[in-house]
Ligand binder design. Structure first.
Ligand SMILES: Cc1ncc(COP(=O)(O)O)c(C=O)c1O
Length: 346
């Protein structure tokens, strides 16, 4: 329906970057393009050290052990395979946020484990003993909610009491708007300075417009990472050498990230105003690349109403039953598309 609009579709339904990959990153890829030999699954020492330096510089996390860093082929594959790689299986529970990126559920199912959507640990009851993995996602896709230090610390303490691993998907961490900070699960205030049982997952896709490269990493407990490395090495889950180099440069250069942030900030202002003027309420959305909006009706009615104006958004129901009255509006559209959104909603 949206595509049939006389002025064409404004597609705000997916979070794929649309701005150019920064020149500094493309140059790094090209400079490393002579790569006749097999790359190291673990990543080059220079890459792992750059990740540790990034945590210290950008996330307030000193002391990440470069031995506890592992590059991944984008973070989606890691999210999908982590339960399997950790040896989680039938009878085990994988907890993930109630309103969530669908791959946490997919990954639990691939491992033969049971996905449990739960935002609090209290609601798990006697099943708590079977939880092997707890996924956190802050800032959240789709809601943009950011979990504070206290909340993260509670989850970590609970998981440690129950022998579960906490994996925190933090791929929107550089995109905080109405929030003082976006703490990592590896933050010493959260974990007491020990990374035991903890993994932070980060992707350069969003901050550096290189989703097409597939460049991300997982970092935290060196013993857990060692286990992931053992399996991934033998399964051929290896980040190409030129991409390792592009990733190293992407997380070592803050200037292009700041520039991209400002692009998104400007678009976010336009989209937020357009939604406000059209009678939407935007919930959470204090960080990340989406506005989580509602018009107080079922999400499919909102999707239809917007499609009639040539605008495509994602129905909240895609992210869990609790999202049934919201839609997710992505900020990953060109300036022209965002400007035309405002006109169409007016
Ligand atoms: C919460 C979350 N995790 C992981 C990913 C995967 O990102 P990538 O595979 O590009 O690193 C996305 C992508 O949209 C996401 O929203």
């Amino acid at each position: 329906m949206a595509r049939a609009h006389p002025d064409g579709i404004v597609d705000l339904s997916i979070g794929t970057p649309v701005d150019p990959t920064p020149a500094v990153v493309r140059a790094a890829l090209e400079a490393a393009s002579d790569a006749p030999g097999y790359p190291q699954t673990w990543g080059t020492p220079a890459l792992r050290e750059a990740v540790a330096a990034w945590f210290a510089r950008r996330r307030g996390v000193p002391g990440v052990d470069p031995d506890g860093v592992l590059p991944t082929i984008g973070s989606k594959e890691l999210v999908a395979w982590l339960p399997t790689l950790l040896g989680v299986g039938p009878g085990d529970l994988v907890v993930h946020p109630e309103i969530a990126y669908p791959t946490y559920d997919v990954g639990a199912r691939l491992a033969g484990a049971t996905p449990v959507p739960a935002d609090g640990t209290a609601q798990l009851g006697p099943a708590a003993g079977r939880v092997r993995l707890v996924w956190l996602n802050s800032p959240s896709n789709p809601t943009g909610r950011v979990l504070g230090v206290e909340h993260l610390a509670k989850v970590v303490a609970w998981a440690r009491r129950h022998g579960a691993v906490v994996a925190s998907d933090e791929c929107y961490a550089e995109l905080g708007w109405d929030v003082e900070e976006v703490p990592s699960v590896l933050d010493p205030r959260v974990c007491g300075g020990s990374h035991d049982g903890l993994l932070a997952v980060y992707s350069a896709s969003k901050q550096s417009n290189l989703a097409g490269y597939r460049a991300a990493f997982v970092a935290g407990d060196p013993a857990l990472v060692r286990g992931l490395l053992e399996v991934r090495k033998h399964a051929g889950m290896i980040v190409p050498r030129p991409v390792q180099e592009a990733l190293r440069v992407a997380i070592s250069d803050d200037a292009h990230v700041a520039e991209q942030r400002e692009r998104y900030r400007a678009r976010r202002t336009v989209v937020q105003r357009a939604l406000d003027a059209a009678g939407f309420r935007v919930d959470h959305s204090e960080a990340g690349l989406y506005l989580w909006a509602t018009r107080g009706e079922g999400c499919w009615d909102t999707v239809r109403g917007l499609a009639e104006r040539g605008v495509l958004v994602a129905p909240g129901e895609f992210y869990g039953a609790a999202g049934a009255r919201h839609v997710r509006v992505a900020l990953t559209a060109s300036d022209a598309a965002v400007t035309s959104l405002a006109a169409r909603l007016a």
